[in-house]
Write a protein that binds this ligand. Structure first.
Ligand SMILES: O=C(O)CCC(=O)C(=O)O
Ligand SMILES: [Fe+2]
Length: 359
């Protein structure tokens, strides 16, 4: 028996079905689900329990959930303008390397690191942190900060891949918060996503070869019958929570404007990720006092930090020696250090690497 929500003294009474609270949360879509914060939640920095319940439900089911209306618009606009203004200079840096070759025109560009751009509301967003506490456990660790810029004029797509390609755990250990800085859709290269692939297959069996997270064609074709990939519409100011194990792919941007999404990665404390995020010591006091996050994963750097001069550095494994670093010769991974052969991200994307609908 359900008891229907009714007004008493102007307040909406909770509704229950079979002992469960029915959350009165604004949400839409099924693949993926988007949950929209109320303006009151955004303004007050307080997330309703009902919102958290829905986010957790769909995050665990799909490995991805969109939280809309999560960040004040003026901060989003400021970051977008700055990152786009920096893009030409970044593309001319000697260590700049396209992600998965030049065709998708997708590049990882570190966002501005001057104190005036390091917004708590973006990088330690209260709603985001409250949700992460329930997914990753206490004191999740901020260990990676970057952005993905899909530059206009890309001619090809990325391979379907998972960003992690080591013997990763079968439960959530790390999450990327892709924060969208403009309204996005297939028209401007929103990411292709594969809901439900975060925990369906063993890492070693699903991936083509160990040096990248590219997914095997037969897994791609099989999974598309269960739940097809989509390029969702994502509103500016949304945070897309993506389990690092989830399959996805960067897509070409056919619009005139850059498509920018931040990549803010937090890891579970128990996972003991060895990667460190370099941030300027000028913000240390503010972060330690006001951000409410663990700073175990942060390395404080004295003096000015030019975001565009920071080489891409990544290690989402648990082994400190397995880091990936961008050099003038391209991406150097642990295999390149052992063998002298630079094979990372040298694959050529073909029909074998994405879904081709069958008749
Ligand atoms: O920018 C995107 O939409 C996704 C890019 C991506 O997945 C990657 O470069 O690993
Ligand atoms: Fe990726």
């Amino acid at each position: 028996m359900g008891s229907v929500g009714q007004q008493t003294n102007g307040a909406l009474q909770p509704k229950y079905v079979d002992g469960a609270l029915v959350p009165d949360v604004a949400q839409y879509g099924e693949n993926p689900v988007t949950i929209r914060l109320t303006d009151e939640e955004l303004r007050s920095d307080k997330t309703r329990w009902e919102t958290i319940q829905q986010v957790l439900k769909y995050f665990h089911r799909d490995g991805l959930v969109v939280l809309e209306n999560a960040i004040p618009q003026h901060m989003i606009d400021t970051l977008y303008e700055k990152i786009v203004a920096d893009n030409d200079r970044f593309l001319a840096q000697p260590h700049m390397t396209w992600n998965q070759g030049a065709a998708p025109k997708n590049v990882s560009q570190v966002p501005p690191l001057e104190p005036e751009y390091l917004y708590r509301e973006v990088y330690a967003n209260s709603h985001m942190l409250r949700i992460l506490d329930y997914i990753l456990g206490p004191r999740p660790e901020f260990r990676f900060l970057n952005s993905n810029v899909a530059c206009p004029g890309g001619s090809g797509r990325q391979a379907v891949h998972s960003d992690v390609h080591h013997a990763f755990p079968s439960n959530p250990f790390g999450i990327v918060m892709n924060t969208y800085l403009q309204d996005s859709s297939s028209a401007n290269g929103v990411t292709e996503i594969w809901c439900g692939t975060h925990d369906k297959y063993e890492q070693a069996e699903q991936q083509v070869h160990p040096e990248s997270g590219w997914i095997k064609k037969d897994f791609i074709q099989r999974q598309a019958k269960i739940k097809p990939p989509v390029q969702p519409q994502v509103k500016k100011g949304s945070i897309v929570f993506r389990d690092l194990r989830l399959w996805h792919a960067g897509m070409p941007n056919n619009s005139q404007n850059h498509r920018v999404m931040l990549a803010i990665d937090y890891f579970a404390e128990w996972y003991q990720c060895p990667m460190k995020l370099k941030l300027p010591s000028s913000v240390r006091e503010d972060v330690e006092k006001n951000w409410g996050i663990s700073t175990k994963g942060i390395e404080w750097v004295d003096g000015e930090m030019d975001c565009l001069a920071q080489p891409f550095f990544l290690n989402m494994t648990q082994d400190p020696s397995r880091y990936l670093v961008q050099t003038e010769k391209g991406f150097e991974d642990w295999r390149a250090r052992e063998t002298g052969k630079w094979n990372f991200d040298k694959g050529v994307v073909s029909e074998k690497n994405y879904w081709t609908p069958e008749e």
